[in-house]
Write a protein that binds this ligand. Structure first.
Ligand SMILES: Nc1ncnc2c1ncn2[C@@H]1O[C@H](COP(=O)(O)OP(=O)(O)OP(=O)(O)O)[C@@H](O)[C@H]1O
Ligand SMILES: [Mg+2]
Length: 330
């Protein structure tokens, strides 16, 4: 969606991320699914690369670049794959093309070592690299990173679902390169990774940015709406500032010929409906009250009996309101 709307309302956040990256920190962007972590990550990389010299993949440094760069050259390796194997193969490929990993280290024929990296045809060497295990790949990558003079930033789209074994490989990478990644959930098993990272939460979009996004999307998609402002405010509220939710809702509306007021009122989105689950609390409270009541009867304690009775009454009336309000948080 940001292709049509641009990245809305994230300037300060992107700046903050770029600052942390410049300090050399490993960065972890957290937030629920669809909140815009990947989009923010990409914007931060764009900003960082706009200022700093870098040679992603084939792009060789142009000869007229001033040699008096105060910082070491930065190579950005951007990994989109969510599977570990795919990530490591992509990493090997990009490091190969940047001339950081030698072809022979990836078990490619010696003659490739003589070629300038830009002339290595990935299609021809792909199968050999794909056959290597993650262990082999890290075995080639780690020493190469360690020997490399410049800085390397690995941007990994998502690490939510790494396994503890893959965590070990990444921990080794962390010592040789800078890493930025996203996670929609910080799994306990991966805490050694999380400890090493500066966490930056990606918050929901502000209502203003959300409204801008809804307006831009409905214009772009040509959605016909009976009452646009009602529509905008409704989508903003239902989405809870989640751009993916806005995207989904506008896409649904685009299927209608015209969106009328009744349809607007009936629109719901999961992301905007945060269920607060009171059930366990209510069960424990209920059991305690009943228990107290029996205790009071058993001990012949009238005061306790009255107290339990009052608590039961309060519980029953409160429950009515709690369950009624428990459905939606906004
Ligand atoms: N600030 C924004 N302005 C406009 N569009 C946005 C913005 N942030 C995200 N989007 C769009 O919303 C969608 C979801 O964003 P994104 O994929 O970055 O979320 P995510 O947090 O990475 O989700 P996941 O956890 O599923 O990986 C994408 O289509 C993206 O282009
Ligand atoms: Mg993502």
């Amino acid at each position: 969606m940001k292709q049509v709307t641009g990245l809305l309302g994230r300037d300060a956040l992107v700046n903050q991320i770029v600052q942390e990256l410049r300090k050399g920190k490993h960065v972890l962007l957290t937030g629920p699914v669809g909140i815009g972590k990947s989009a923010v990550l990409e914007a931060a990389l764009g900003k960082l690369q706009g200022r700093e010299r870098s040679f992603p993949s084939e792009a060789a440094p142009s000869p007229d670049t001033k040699p008096s760069q105060p910082r070491r050259a930065l190579t950005v390796v951007h990994l989109h794959d969510h599977q570990a194997k795919g990530q490591f193969v992509a990493m090997a490929r990009q490091l190969l093309m940047a001339g950081i990993v030698k072809p022979s280290a990836l078990e490619l024929a010696q003659r490739y070592d003589e070629l300038p990296p830009a002339e290595i045809e990935w299609a021809k060497v792909k199968r050999t690299v794909n056959r290597l295990s993650i262990r082999d790949l890290t075995g080639a990558i780690i020493p190469a990173l360690s020997a490399h003079e410049g800085r390397v930033l690995m941007a990994v789209d998502d690490m939510t679902r790494l396994t503890p074994t893959q965590q070990a490989f990444w921990l080794a990478i962390f010592n040789q390169a800078q890493v930025i990644t996203c996670a929609s959930e910080k799994k306990q098993g991966l805490r050694k990774l999380w400890w090493k990272m500066k966490e930056i939460p990606v918050p929901p979009l502000t209502p203003e940015a959300s409204a801008d996004m809804v307006r831009a999307s409905i214009t772009q998609q040509g959605v016909l709406i009976e009452s646009p402002e009602l529509y905008v405010s409704h989508v903003v509220k239902q989405s809870g500032g989640n751009p993916q939710a806005i995207d989904d809702m506008v896409n649904d509306s685009a299927k209608e010929r015209v969106v009328d007021k009744r349809q607007i009122r009936e629109m719901r989105h999961q992301a905007g409906v945060r269920y607060l689950d009171f059930t366990p609390v209510m069960m424990v409270a209920g059991a305690l009250i009943i228990g107290t009541r029996y205790l009071a009867i058993g001990l012949g304690d009238t005061e306790l009996y009255i107290l339990a009775g009052m608590a039961a009454a309060l519980f029953l009336s409160l429950r009515f309101f709690l369950f009624k309000g428990a459905g939606k948080a906004n």
